[in-house]
Design a protein around this ligand. Structure first.
Ligand code: TTP
Ligand code: MG
Length: 412
């Protein structure tokens, strides 16, 4: 029996979070299609209320297109301070249920509910109570909850019956429950991996689960083995509480070991992208940047530096990480490349946009647009031009952002 047999993990994700808050605060907006985002030519939609979603609008769509698709929608500029405040209320309510709560972003968290049955009853009851507690604490917001024996299945389950969903997947049924879902529901299966799986004739998670692990590994490298494990509902990751705000990191276990600085940089670019996105998504900036390289003998090396000005910019993170590479000397080749941002803090009151250099402002705008696209289509959906000079081996390296965004010090 797997070690997950007696675990119970809940994943909670607020429904249309920003839009629901606007409707909560302004009754005139309830029941109406809303687009949250700047009402400008170049703005993108941060989220849409469920009334607007049937029109085919949602996060990351250009506001101009969303307005055309849903002309009746009310456009509401975001109020991030308010969303952060509500987020704290939600997280506090969840923390009543378990000492082990791992927030992933403003509106979602994992809870380790193992052993909670004696206190709260069966998983359905736990889920119902979580939902009621969030509704109560926020004055009426709904949250979708998934419960299962692993983080992965709990997360997929919370998305399954949105909005206001509650989906319980008993551990011993998880494999069968996942089977009919499309492969894109596998973590780490971006568009390119999906295509490779399709080339192998694998379109559902069940197809991947039944595929020969060795064949998957031949086709997809180390990513293949991980996808095979997930498809079989095998995910040993624990809920990682409390360390949430220490650092935000991402790392990639590489398909092929790398030694060339140029190749390492190509991976660093992508990890900088992922880390920058998480910083911005969580509304924090970092003073510290750390690069981790794991040698083929599994020895982990790390070098770090402190910035004069805290940042959430992908370009700054990358440039800082790149400057740390010489400090590793010729200790490669490496099997893993990681980057973490630490010493996290809230950004300064209001960015002095007028004083920002034009290039910095453009980099910030580009970050915002890429974030939105990545959120909608997956992290692999777009590449900066600078990445395209990278190496073809990047394609299927497995993405461990999820694993490490809470604590990059966790052992791989
Ligand atoms: P999500 O949980 O992805 O979306 P949601 O809560 O709006 O809707 P759902 O019911 O499908 O969960 O994101 C939470 C909030 O994060 C969302 O309300 C707005 C913000 N966000 C962005 O700012 N940009 C994005 O691209 C996405 C996806 C979300
Ligand atoms: Mg949500």
């Amino acid at each position: 029996m797997s070690p997950s047999a007696d675990r119970l993990i809940a994943h909670a994700d607020m429904d249309a979070f920003y839009a629901a808050i606007e409707q909560l605060d302004d009754p005139a907006l309830r029941g109406r299609p809303l687009l949250i985002g700047p009402d400008s030519e170049r703005g993108v939609v941060l989220t849409a209320s469920y009334e607007a979603r049937p029109y085919g609008v949602g996060s990351a769509m250009p506001m101009s297109r969303a307005r055309r698709r849903c002309p009746d929608a009310v456009i509401v500029p975001p109020r991030f301070d308010r969303y952060t405040e509500v987020s704290k209320t939600v997280m506090r309510a969840l923390a009543e249920f378990s000492p082990r709560v791992e927030p992933l972003s403003l509106d979602e968290a994992f809870l380790d509910m193992s052993g909670a049955a004696t206190v709260y009853g069966p998983p359905e009851t736990i889920g119902r109570r979580l939902k009621a507690a969030v509704r109560e604490a926020t004055g009426g917001l709904t949250v979708s909850v998934g419960l299962s024996a692993t983080k992965y299945v709990a997360k997929v389950a919370s998305d399954f019956a949105k909005p206001d969903g509650l989906t319980v997947v008993p551990g011993d049924e998880a494999r069968g429950w996942l089977a009919p879902l499309p492969v894109k529901a596998l973590w780490g299966a971006g568009p390119r991996v999906q295509q490779r799986l399709a080339d192998l004739g694998l379109t559902t998670i069940g197809d991947v689960a039944r595929a020969d692990a060795a064949e998957l590994e031949r086709a997809l490298g180390r990513a293949g083995a991980r996808l095979h494990a997930l498809a079989n509902a095998d995910d040993p990751r624990e809920v990682e509480p409390a360390r949430a705000s220490k650092s935000i990191g991402a790392e990639r276990t590489l398909e092929h070991d790398v030694a060339e600085p140029r190749e390492i940089e190509a991976y660093l670019r992508r990890t900088a992208e992922a880390v920058g996105r998480r910083l911005r998504r969580n509304g924090v900036v970092a003073r510290g940047v750390r690069v981790k390289l794991k040698r083929t003998d599994f020895q982990l090396l790390s070098r770090q530096t402190t910035l004069a000005e805290p940042t959430d910019s992908t370009a700054r993170l990358f440039a800082t990480a790149q400057a740390l590479l010489p400090a590793f000397g010729a200790s490669g080749p490496y099997r893993l490349v990681g980057l973490a941002a630490y010493d996290l803090e809230a950004p300064a009151e209001s960015p002095q946009l007028g004083l920002e250099l034009d290039g910095q402002r453009r980099a910030r705008e580009l970050d915002g647009v890429l974030d939105a696209i990545a959120a909608r289509f997956g992290p692999g959906a777009v590449r900066r031009a600078s990445e395209l000079t990278g190496d073809a081996t990047l394609g299927t390296a497995v993405n461990l952002d999820y694993l490490n965004d809470v604590d990059d010090d966790a052992a791989d």
